[in-house]
Write a protein that binds this ligand. Sequence first.
Ligand SMILES: Nc1nc2c(c(=O)[nH]1)N[C@H]1C(S)=C(S)[C@@H](COP(=O)(O)O)O[C@H]1N2
Ligand SMILES: [Mo]
Length: 420
Amino acid sequence: MKTKQDLTPIAGGGLLDRRLFLKKGLTFSAVVLSSDALANSDLIRPESSKIAGKPFLNYGVPSEYERQTIRWTMANSMADGNGVSWTPLQDLEGMITPNGLHFERHHNGVPTIDPKQHQLLIHGMVNQSLLFEVEDLLRYPMTSLFCFIECGGNSNAAWRKKPIQTKLGYFHGMASCSEWTGVPLRLLLNEAKIKGRAKWLIAEGADASLMNISLPLEKALDDCIIALYQNGERIRPENGYPLRLIVPGWEGVLNVKWLRRLHLTNRPVMARNETSKYTELMPSGKARQFTFVMEAKSLITQPSFGHKLDRKGFYEISGLAWSGRGKIKKVEVSADGGKTWAQAQLQDPVLSRCFTRFRIPWQWQGKTAVLKSRATDETGYVQPERDALIKARGSHGYFHYNAIVSWKINPEGRISHVYA
Ligand SMILES: Nc1nc2c(c(=O)[nH]1)N[C@H]1C(S)=C(S)[C@@H](COP(=O)(O)O)O[C@H]1N2
Ligand SMILES: [Mo]
C-alpha cells in the first residue's frame, strides 16, 4: 500500500499526480449508504423500470435534459447569413465534437445543395480538365483523418484590453474536431495531370458568397482530402454538404465548404479572405499574409467560466490542446497563476493536428487560485503567455490568438477570465 505521501502536491495550489491519485481509490462525491437507506425499494427498482420506454427513432437526438448544450449563434449585418456559431467546449468531453455542435462560419448562409446537381471542377494548369459528380467521388478510394478545424479568428476577443467574461466556448469555440473521411486530393490532381508551372490551387465554394481562397499546391498534394463524411455520416449542410476541402492543421478559411471548383494557377488569387481578412498588422506596420498554420493552443474546459466550485476538495481539471504542426507533446497546468507547473496526463489517442484531452487532479483549498494550461507540440513550440504574444505581434491583433488562458477562482468558487 502507498502511504499518505502519495497525495503530496506535485506543484503549487494543490495539483496532484494523476496515476497515484487514481490508485488511492478516493471518493469524490458519492453518498455513503446506511442499511436503512438500502431498504428503500426505489433504489432497487426505479420508476423508469416500471413501464415500457419510448419507441425507436429513425435519427437520434440528445436527451431532453441536455437542451442547454447548444451552439451559441451570432449573425452579423455584413451579408445575409454571415456570422458564426460557437461550439460549447465548456460542456463537452473527450476529443470529438458531435456533428450538431461543430462550430459554423458562413459568409452568406448555408446553401441547399442536391448532391445529384453538384459537381466538382478541376481546371487551369492541368493537362486535362476534369468534372466529377458526387457519385463519382464516392467510388474513389477513401481515407479518414481526425483533425480539428479552427477559424483564424478564433479567440479574437482575447486581443481586447480587458478580459471578457463569457463561457469558454463563446470565445474559443470557433474550433471543433471530427473524423473526416473522403478522397485524397492528390489522387484527383494526379488524374488531371498537373502542369509544371502550377504552384497554387484556388478553391471555390458553391455558396452565395462564392468564397474562394488560395492554397499552396504542395500542401494540396501532401495531406488534403475532399471530405464527404463527418464522424461517420455524410457531412452536415452547415459544414459543407455534399463535399468540402479539409486542410489539416491550417486556418479554417482554407477548408472550403460546398466545394465546386479547384483552379490550378502559378500565383495566389488575392481573394478578400487572404488580403483584407485573415492577415495581421504587425508592430512594424507591415501585415503578415498567408499565415496558414494554427499554432499550438490549450484551454482548461473544466472548470471554466460559468462553472462554480461548490465545495473545497478534489476536482479533475480537464482540457483540450491542439497544434497545427503535429502532435501535442505535453501540457503543463498551473494552479498558482504560473509560479509552478505540473505535467497533465494526455489521454490516448494523441493524434497529429487533432484535439488532445488532458487531465490532472487538483485539491482546491477554498482559496483564490489561478488556473492556466500551457501546451508544447512535437516541434518544441511552446504556447506563449499573453504578454509575450502581444510583444511579438502588437496590440492590433484580430487573428491567430493562441496565448495561455487563465481562470481565476475566488474563495466562493466563482470563476472569472483574467489576464495573469
Ligand atoms: N464556401 C465556403 N467555405 C467556407 C466558408 C464560407 O463561408 N463559405 N467559411 C470558411 C471559414 S472562415 C471557416 S473558419 C470554416 C468553418 O468551417 P465550419 O463552418 O464547418 O466550422 O469554413 C470555411 N469555408
Ligand atoms: Mo474562419
